[in-house]
Each structure stands twice: as C-alpha cells, then as structure tokens.
Write a protein that binds this ligand. Structure first.
Ligand code: PGA
Length: 256
C-alpha cells in the first residue's frame, strides 16, 4: 500500500476576493516546507469559489499546493446559463473537483445521476474528482448508513471502468458531522472507510481498492486530525471550516 495523503480545503461560499487571495498567500507561504519534509507523501489543495479561482491559482502556481473547484457541469459548452465546464477549470490549472458534496445533494437537490455525469466529464477532462458520500443523522440512527452510502456509490460511479476508477478520490462525509463541530469518531470513520474499500474490491479488484484515496470530512480540525488520519483506511481529509485559517489548515496537513 503506497497511498499518499491528501488534505483538501473546501472554502465553500466564503471569503471575498481579497480574503481568498490572502488565505492562498498564507498557505503558499507556510505549506511548502511542511510538504517537502514529507517527501511527496502528503498533498494539499485548496478549493475556493469559482470566481476566486483565477486569483488563487495565480498565487499557488509554482507552489506544491494544488487547487480545484467545488463543482462543475457535465456538458462541454453551450447554452447552460450559470454553469461552468471542465475545460474552464483545466484552463485555470485546476487539478481537483469536488463532486456530490452533501450541500449540493441536500440543499441543491443534486441526484446521483447528475453526479455521475459530472464524474465522467471530469475524468475525461483530466481532472481528479473527489466524490463525496455520507449519511444523515436520521439515516445513521435508523441503521441505514451503509445502505445509503452503497446506493450513492452505485449511482454516482455508474459506468466507471477500473481504469478510470484508479483516478478517483472518495470522501466520506457524514452529514451530521459537517460544520457541526461533532466529528465522527476515528472508529466510526474507519469502519465506513474499510467498507468502502471492500466495496471497491468487490466492484473492481483488490489492487485498485488499495490504491484509491479515501478522505474523511466533517469537523476535521487540528485537535482531531492526528487520530483520524492515523486510521489505516483514512487517506486524508476534506476540510471546511478549519481550512479558512492558514494556521489550522497547516496544522491538519502537519498531522499527516
Ligand atoms: P467542515 O466541512 O470541516 O466545516 O465540517 C467539511 C465539508 O463540508 O467538506
């Protein structure tokens, strides 16, 4: 097993242009020495709002920190008012794209079928998709955690060949842990991550399952990152609130 760790900042709909630029500058200043001390075994990326991407890219270009988007549309171009294409993202040097975040699934009503189209379009464009899955509190409490996650996997990864799946990143984000300050315990997260790897093994094969990075997301902060990231099947973190401050984001990267 030689999975590198990945810490992704999901800045969501926060910051203004000056704030996004400042945060990128602080990250670009602090992270390179941390990352080089880990000999390429740890990667970091920032995902600002679409309109802040050019400024953030300008700051991070040439640094070891990557950048990506929080969403994309599946069509290559055309009459899709308000949407952003994969080519627009690759044009800006995006490496990653977050897909199927629970806020998009639950607040904006995005179905698995749409996430699947976005996934296939992103892979075709050379982007690395970070596909989010996770259950609500109600679903967990009624014992449906795995059933929910499995149906999200089946729907969002439909038609994904083993070759393409090799470039996938998954993010397990229990909805009840996002922005609540209440993270999944390392044991709860590890249990789901191990099941995700089992599912990948049965759907594809062992070596593919072993190579896919599975991030945990949901109230990751410097205080809990070390314990979460020490779990065998947790390969990094998708960080919301704590990614908005360079010090806490760097401390999470340092915990890898
Ligand atoms: P949080 O958000 O770290 O603020 O809980 C995580 C996410 O939504 O990706």
């Amino acid at each position: 097993m030689s999975r590198s760790k990945l810490v992704v900042g999901n800045w969501k709909m926060n910051l203004n242009l000056a704030g996004a630029r400042q945060l990128a500058q602080a990250i670009a200043g602090g992270l390179p020495s941390l990352l080089s001390a880990r000999n390429g075994k740890v990667e970091a990326a920032a995902c600002p709002a679409f309109v802040h991407l050019p400024a953030v890219a300008e700051v991070l270009r040439g640094s070891p920190v990557s950048w990506g988007a929080q969403n994309v549309y599946h069509q290559p171009d055309g009459a899709f008012t308000g949407e952003i294409s994969t080519a627009m993202l690759t044009d800006l040097g995006c490496r990653y794209v977050i897909l199927g975040h629970s806020e998009r699934r639950l607040v904006l009503g995005e179905p698995d079928s749409e996430i699947n189209r976005k996934l296939l379009a992103s892979l075709a464009a050379g982007l690395i998709p970070i596909v989010c899955i996770g259950e609500t509190l109600e679903q967990r409490e009624s014992g449906q955690t795995w059933a929910v996650i499995e149906s999200q996997l089946v729907g969002s990864l439909a038609g994904l060949t083993a070759e393409l799946a090799g470039r996938l990143v998954l993010a397990y984000e229990p909805v009840w842990a996002i922005g609540t300050g209440k993270n999944a315990t390392p044991g709860q997260a590890q249990e789901v991550h191990a099941d995700l790897r089992k599912w990948l093994t049965s759907r594809y094969n062992h070596s593919l399952a072993d190579s896919v990075r599975i991030l945990y997301g949901g109230s990751v902060k410097p205080e809990n990152a070390g314990e979460l990231l020490a779990q065998v099947d947790i390969d990094g973190a998708l960080v919301g609130g704590a990614s908005l401050k360079a010090e806490s984001f760097s401390a999470i990267v340092a915990a890898c």
